[in-house]
Ligand binder design. Structure first.
Ligand code: LLP
Length: 403
């Protein structure tokens, strides 16, 4: 049975902790992680949670307790992961466009590093030579992902070293005797078609024989989750089968078996998250009936930024007659969460919940309009724990210097 929090439970939490409120359900994360590990149980595969999706330290601790590793996109995420108890050897830092000082810090922390530019690879070679293993983030020139903003592997993307520059990588490896431990690609987010991963592997197979120290192939993240009714997630069983087949057909010429890594973010934490808001105002107009909730794109930016769809339910009037509404926020910008959406009759004071809000929800929130960031609650073993207090006025002044 799929782990889900009931509407009644969500209302109780909204009342107890106030709104707007992010709620995460630990057991759902566990369920998603188990899907990955059981599908790949007969393969030499590791999963690194792409924690840019949600970095609350209690989520990090929970993911760590499940046995997953962690993938970071900044040195501060790596520091948070260490703080949460991940040992350095379970922390991967897949960098992009960073200064060499962050790479030096990553080395001093003893974590695994994927470098994504020839420039930093050269500096790495000059400073560390063969002494510290390093991974290379390649751009496979594959177009994949739910929309262009979240596609990262295509031939106009800033991410990674283009595969067509592999000869330059090899020249640096030769010059500095680099110890290349892994080759990494990440093509995008919300990839349903598992053949995209197979295509990525095939591109890497041409390069594998050229790296004699290679131990790992890192295929990145990007598994799709169901946002809309009727949507399905990436078929992880099929992915495991196809990845295994691809490796069986291309044994590493060096003879050593290569371990495969994935970096799922959304797949692990999207569905565990619920964003609870309260209705401030209902406004009838010729164009639409607007429902303004006590939030905006300052708290959940995905609809405005990616045209993302989040299922919305009126949890305080689940039997109300269905009507069509445009759900908007209260900030001083157009912040439409949903246009012309059918929802059970909405009244001022009702609680609306946004589903699939765990990944890139709170994490991409801001204090725009000098509004407070929401509180976060973790439900684990049936108990609700406050894991981040709602901002207070002092938080808006913190770091400001009053001349
Ligand atoms: N690995 C790397 C190197 C990445 O850049 C990302 C995501 C992931 C793994 C995890 O991807 P996931 O499994 O979560 O799809 N904010 C956007 C998604 C941007 C993803 C950026 N990179 C959204 O809300 O849709």
């Amino acid at each position: 049975m799929s782990e889900q929090l009931s509407q009644d439970h969500l209302i109780r939490l909204g009342k107890e902790f106030g709104t707007p409120l992010y709620v995460y359900h630990a057991e759902k994360i566990k369920e998603q992680y188990a899907k990955l590990t059981s599908a790949f149980k007969n393969s030499n595969t590791l999963f690194f949670y792409a924690c840019k999706a949600l970095t609350n330290i209690n989520i990090l601790k929970y993911v760590c307790s499940l046995g997953a590793n962690v993938d970071c996109s900044s040195i501060n995420e790596a520091r948070l992961a260490l703080h949460a108890g991940f040992p350095p050897e379970r922390i991967l830092y897949t960098s992009n466009g960073i200064g060499f000082d962050e790479i030096e810090e990553a080395v001093s922390l003893g974590i695994i590093i994927n470098v994504d530019s020839l420039s930093n690879l050269e500096k790495f070679g000059q400073k560390y030579g063969h002494t510290y293993p390093v991974g290379i983030r390649l751009r496979p020139n594959i177009m994949a992902g739910g929309n262009l903003k979240i596609s990262t592997g295509h031939d106009k993307s800033k991410f990674g070293i283009p595969v067509d520059q592999a000869d330059k990588v090899l020249a640096l490896v030769e010059r500095y005797d680099l110890n290349i431990a892994d080759l990494h690609i990440h093509t995008g987010s919300e990839i349903k078609d598992v053949d995209v991963f197979v295509k990525g592997i095939e591109i890497l197979f041409d390069l594998i024989p050229k790296f004699s120290d290679l131990k790992f192939i890192d295929l990145g993240g990007g598994f799709k989750v169901p946002y809309k009714d009727g949507d399905s997630e990436t078929d992880i069983q099929l992915l495991a089968q196809k990845v295994n087949e691809a490796f069986a057909n291309h044994p590493n010429p060096g003879g050593r078996p290569l371990q495969v890594w994935f970096e799922p973010g959304k797949f692990l934490v999207s569905e565990c998250g619920y964003f609870i808001t309260k209705v401030n105002v209902i406004k009838e107009t010729d164009a639409a009936t607007f429902v303004s909730v006590d939030s905006g794109f300052n708290h959940l930016i995905r609809p405005m930024f990616y045209d993302a769809y989040h299922r919305i339910e009126n949890i305080s009037n689940p039997d109300g007659a269905p009507k069509r509404y445009s759900v908007v926020g209260n900030i001083c910008e157009t912040d439409t969460f949903a246009w012309d959406r059918t929802i059970n009759e909405v009244r001022e004071g009702d609680y609306l919940v946004f589903y699939n809000a765990g990944a890139y929800g709170f994490e991409m929130s801001s204090n725009f309009n000098s509004r407070y960031k929401p509180a976060e609650v973790l439900v684990k073993d049936g108990q609700a724990h406050l894991i981040r207090r709602r901002d207070v006025f002092q938080d808006l002044l913190r770091n400001q210097i009053d001349l």
